[in-house]
Design a binder for this molecule. Structure first.
Ligand SMILES: [Zn+2]
Ligand SMILES: [Zn+2]
Length: 384
């Protein structure tokens, strides 16, 4: 591929400069200063197509700024050039305020020409000019969102490398690789790192304060967690992986949690979400003592079985279920209780609140068809 690829990349760069000059534009902006058009000889030039009116653009720019600064700090020869898709100059000026890189002066005609040259059909678009279009990653924007500075040089090859790395972290069972460069915070202010957790069953809890089902689930998990760790022979830890929108919400989230969390500003948070392909919250994934995934269905296991399900292996769950079945077989199909005027029938319920002792129950309940009254089997006082 070598020489052919290099040739077409070269042409692409010359096109940029030529296209600009044909449009009568002989300089770029760097803040308030005018700078000459880059020749493209020394640096990888990437065009960023973006607009202030677009929400996805506004969300992407801070991520790109972070990646850009990191690449600059590590000495990568990279230049980003912003091509505005704004409708007017005010939007353009507002948008470029948050950009540390070079900017094509606002010009409707150059927007079109460069957009066509790079076949832009949505924004934000991020197009490295030096790289042969055939070798480029399909979605450089997505790649930067996922991997930050590691996405450089935005090629398909790099994308495959990064995916392979994710896969090996997922399958490798090595906590220090999974939580590389991350020490966890806890409500008690201790600093704990991945090597301290080796050999434990670990729950990776994905949630956020803004999500009401997460708040409900957090309280169920706290109950199970406290039950499990009250037995000193059971090695268990939970790590909260926040998808909170800001640091304030994150602080609210962890204020009630007795377990560990990845600090809000640590990128490992996003990495873990990506590696485990978490699609919704709340979500709970269990890793066994050897670091491998035991269950991705932890949320249901904890809501159903609480601490009884520990260590949440398939075998343990089957055992719990068969015990429950046996327990059900030992109960009557229906009863009259002195506290309630209707017949109560034996039923399976995922979760309920006992109307007598007001505590949570799961599985067997004596339940009223007429008014929804529930009793724990242990709270029944039968009348004849
Ligand atoms: Zn009860
Ligand atoms: Zn009733």
């Amino acid at each position: 591929m070598g020489s052919a690829g290099a040739e077409s990349a070269d042409m692409y760069t010359r096109n940029f400069k030529t296209v600009m000059e044909q449009e009568g534009i002989y300089h770029l902006l760097s803040g308030d200063d005018k700078v000459p058009l880059p020749s493209g000889d020394e640096k990888t030039i990437c065009l960023l197509f973006s607009a202030n009116w677009s929400r996805p653009c506004k969300a992407f720019i801070p991520q790109l700024v972070q990646a850009y600064n990191k690449l600059k700090d590590t000495g990568q020869e990279l230049e980003v050039i912003f091509v505005s898709f704004d409708r007017d100059e005010n939007g353009f000026k507002e948008h470029m305020k948050c950009m540390p890189w070079l900017v094509v002066p606002f010009d409707v005609s150059i927007q079109k020409t460069l957009g066509n040259m790079c076949k832009v059909n949505q924004i934000p678009a991020f197009i490295p000019l030096e790289v042969d279009a055939n070798l480029l990653a399909k979605d450089a924007v997505g790649m930067i969102k996922d991997y930050g500075a590691d996405a450089f040089p935005f090629t398909q090859k790099r994308q495959q490398e990064l995916k392979a790395l994710d896969e090996s972290k997922l399958q490798g069972g090595k906590l220090d690789e999974l939580f590389e460069n991350c020490s966890f915070v806890s409500g008690k202010g201790e600093k704990i790192c991945a090597s301290d957790l080796v050999g434990k069953t670990i729950g990776l809890y994905f949630g956020a304060h803004w999500c009401p089902p997460c708040r409900d689930f957090t309280s169920q998990l706290i109950e199970a967690y406290n039950d499990i760790i009250s037995d000193k022979y059971q090695d268990f830890e939970v790590i909260f992986i926040s998808t909170d929108r800001d640091h304030k919400e994150f602080d609210l989230s962890i204020s009630k949690m007795p377990w560990l969390a990845i600090p809000y500003n640590n990128k490992t948070r996003q990495d873990i979400c990506r590696i485990f392909e978490v699609k919704w919250i709340p979500s709970l994934i269990f890793l066994g003592p050897n670091g491998n995934i035991v269950s991705t269905n932890g949320r249901e296991m904890v809501s159903l079985y609480g601490a009884k399900g520990f260590p949440f292996t398939e075998a343990k769950i089957l055992q719990v279920e068969s015990l429950l079945k046996k327990e059900g077989e030992g109960l009557p199909q229906q009863v009259m209780d002195r506290k309630h005027e209707h017949i109560l029938k034996l039923e399976m319920a995922k979760a309920y609140i006992c109307d007598f002792c007001k505590k949570r129950g799961s599985f067997w309940t004596f339940s009223c068809d007429v008014c929804g009254y529930d009793l724990h089997p242990t709270c029944i006082e039968e009348t004849l």
